[in-house]
Design a binder for this molecule. Sequence first.
Ligand code: SF4
Length: 635
Amino acid sequence: MGTNDSTPNESNQTREIPIRERLSEYPTTPGVYLMKDKAGEIVYVGKAANLRSRLRSYFARSGGDERFFVHLLDHVLGDIEVVLTRTAKEALLVENELIKTHQPRFNIKLKDDKNFLNLRIGNEHPYPRLEVVRKRRKDGAKYFGPYASASMARQTLRQTNRYFKLRTCRDNDFKNRSRPCLEYQIKRCDAPCVLDVSPESYAENVRQVSLFLDGRGDQLVDHLRERMADAATNMDFEQAATLRDQAKAVEASLQRQAVVMNRMTDLDVFGVGREGPYAAVHVQEVRGGRIKRAQAFKLGKNEAPNDVLLGQFVEQYYLDRTSVPKEVLLSTHTEDMTTLADWLSDRLGSRVQLKVPQRGERRRMVELAEANASSSLKLDQGRQKRQREVLGELQRRLRLTKFPERIECFDISNVQGTDPVASMVVFIDGEPDKSEYRRFHIRTQSTPDDFLMMKETLTRRFKRSLEGNWDIPDLVVIDGGKGQLRMVREVFLDLNVRDVDLVSLAKSRLLEGQSGDDMDRSPERVFVPGVKDPIVLRQNSAPLYLLARLRDEAHRFAITFHRNTRRKRRLTSSLDDIPGIGPGRRNALLRHFGSLKKVKLASADELSQVRGISQAVAQTIFDTFESDRTENNTQ
Ligand code: SF4
């Protein structure tokens, strides 16, 4: 039951990753997957043209992925989230950005020189050219991209030069030309190097290139078609044909382009998704034209109309965020958008535009956010369904009287009776609900008696329910064997706790006469009141995995609390023991020096600099820590 800090117990031998069982629920579309550990931290980000088959490859019994961390997944993996993208190339870019943002420990760190290529139009020349560059600089130039591959960047460059008549020569060539080059002969350049080309008309070409590369192709096609009609009306058929070819090229390119997010400097995209009564909002943060974060927020059962739901969500989302972009895209109009936009503008300190895009690239972005929100809900529902099946199986196997919707698990942590604490973790529908977790400082025990400590914890916990403050669990799980189970039953009887199932999970142990090899261990056993022999759940089964996960979570939570308690006590008690030092002076000293260690090493003069510490008190502190300083010096 109780876990001693100095001998932490880990028993992972019966683990199975339930994700294996729900791989078929992942979409077969392109996207990025984020592997999270059991604490929810992102440990790996990857991309795939087909998410489901890529994820399957991690779990293949043979011929699967051979990278080192794949062998660790069984122990590490808690969940996998996905972010859908329109194409595999887009997934590559999103993957790159998410790796940079989260820096997952199993991803190889990307170096700057591995960044993707960009296109640049400088502003230092009246007739600038379009060029491929690796780095974006703050030099006033316009940058486009990043492009998913070098070939894609160069292909875009070729195509742009073909239709928009920007010069391709270097500045030096431009300066020294006496005649136009071949580009002029094949009508791809108006030869501003030697001919009289007005900077304004060239600037118009630059503007069109910007529209094109910024992904505002729809707008550009409209513009080109208008100009084509004008040229035809004016009988300038050659110009009309050129404009027609440009419009066609832009249209074809729009269909091929993987990602052009460059014009969207800083913006957030919100898309609502629904599956039955359940709702989710997917948020993408784009900064400097790159997706920096993509996350789905599940809102549970929520029958509010989308406009109400999204309005409330956006408000909550920005409530404690310092980063508000200039532009916020929404999948639907919300209640009172003007007020919301004004409030966001106040937070940013300049105008924030709140938009519901109807077409173009921005529309596609909100559609993608909506698809992501729905996809996350589908995955969630599949997971919930499976969890309920597991809970049903647990109920059957352990002969529980109730469906274990709310399960609580308790653990004690102490070092030989000092600073004893207890933890209570809560799983609702088979998933941890951290908002329900509780910690207890054990009040009555200073001897290492886990039984009595657990008794106090459960007594205090169930009293809170009797007072009507906390929900009653359906099932209580404790770590231990028959003895612990009997003790908790006594507590239940004392407190008249009824209708709560109770089981204890006994760790696997070495079989008698064995040498300590894992193969020689007994299985984990579950003790149930009124059942003589322990129940042995199938190894690697989902119900056993759930119980072990509960126990380990309670253990982790208790240990963390215990360490913090001990640290705090150490920090405060040695100062508090000094005559003349109360909480005010103690905190002033710690604030001034930053740590107890530095207080101990300080001279009397240094100590007297602290507000509220007189020379006499400083001397007392200095004298008190003399032995600590001597120890420190002799180490
Ligand atoms: S025609 Fe002149 S300006 Fe155009 S690419 Fe050739 S050298 Fe450069």
